[in-house]
Design a protein around this ligand. Structure first.
Ligand code: URA
Length: 276
């Protein structure tokens, strides 16, 4: 195939294809020419005078099965060591620092920033979403993109804002291409979220969407059945009232469902009035 330059519409099509398969962040200033790299590697193998170099010695026979490859080449860590690390944090700053140094979740490998939290750590209400998206990954703050703007309007409608709520996610690193976090990724990050909830100690916890709700309520029940009902939730040493509602990203796609979310917001406003 001729090695010609792409025209404008072909470049747009290529970018759309990259975006569809989840490649939406460039990691270097200069594009890497992999064809040139492999040509260099091939000529290095043939040696100075075109004579092939001796083949490298075969590795010794394996005595164990090879490790199962994972997306980032690193396996997600052990939730028990994550739990010990999370529990050793006595403050939110210490917890953020512990997560920053934690290497047990492969989502971190592809993320630009840790997205720890936003809002007021003294707030009586804490909201938990699913995972950071592109805007959140770039800014290092949860819910700053389109769904965050809708969330701000929902909160505003009941007299709340980022100074009166605390916001986090089930995983603090963006899954590539905004895919749903894998169960192993959620499991290894959950001890950190649990500790974050314990340290914030909200009176009311709101889970946003099916994924966060299923994780924190430990259920397979779908969000349409789960939402709108108060539950007592215990996380470590802390007990609180908790309610699931629809995720703002879902409401952007299904505006007719805003009626249900509004009912949940009124229930939250009511509980906050009684809680204070
Ligand atoms: N969706 C989420 O669940 N969390 C964010 O922070 C942003 C979008």
């Amino acid at each position: 195939m001729a090695n010609r330059e792409l025209d404008h519409s072909e470049m747009i099509a290529a970018l759309e294809w990259y975006s569809a398969v989840g490649v939406d962040v460039s990691v270097g200033e200069v594009a890497v020419d992999r064809f040139a790299e492999s040509a260099r590697a091939a000529s290095a193998l043939t040696g100075e005078k075109g004579r092939p170099r001796p083949a490298p010695a075969m590795p010794a026979a394996r005595t164990e099965p090879p490790p199962v490859p994972t997306l980032g080449g690193v396996e997600d860590g052990d939730p028990q060591s994550a739990r010990e690390l999370a529990q050793s944090a006595d403050t939110l700053d210490a917890l953020r620092a512990a997560l920053d140094g934690f290497e047990g979740c492969q989502l971190k490998l592809r993320a630009t920033n840790l997205v720890f939290a936003d809002g007021n750590p003294e707030a009586e209400i804490m909201l938990v979403g699913e995972a950071p998206g592109r805007d959140e990954d770039l800014q290092g703050k949860p819910f700053v993109g389109r769904s965050g703007q809708l969330l701000d309007r929902m909160l505003g409608a009941i007299g709340l804002d980022r100074d009166s709520v605390y916001i986090a996610n089930t995983v603090p690193w963006r899954p590539p291409g905004n895919r749903t976090p894998a169960p192993a990724e959620v499991a290894v990050c959950l001890p950190f979220l649990h500790r974050q909830i314990e340290l914030v100690a909200p009176k009311v916890l709101v889970t946003l969407g099916g994924a966060a709700s299923a994780t924190l309520f430990e259920t397979d029940t779908g969000i349409t059945r789960l939402r709108g009902t108060w539950r007592d939730l215990e996380v470590g040493s802390h007990s609180m009232r908790a309610i699931a509602t629809l995720h703002p990203a879902y409401l952007l796609r299904q505006p007719a469902a805003k009626r249900l979310a509004w009912q949940d917001m009124l229930a939250i406003a009511d509980a906050m009035g009684r809680a204070s």
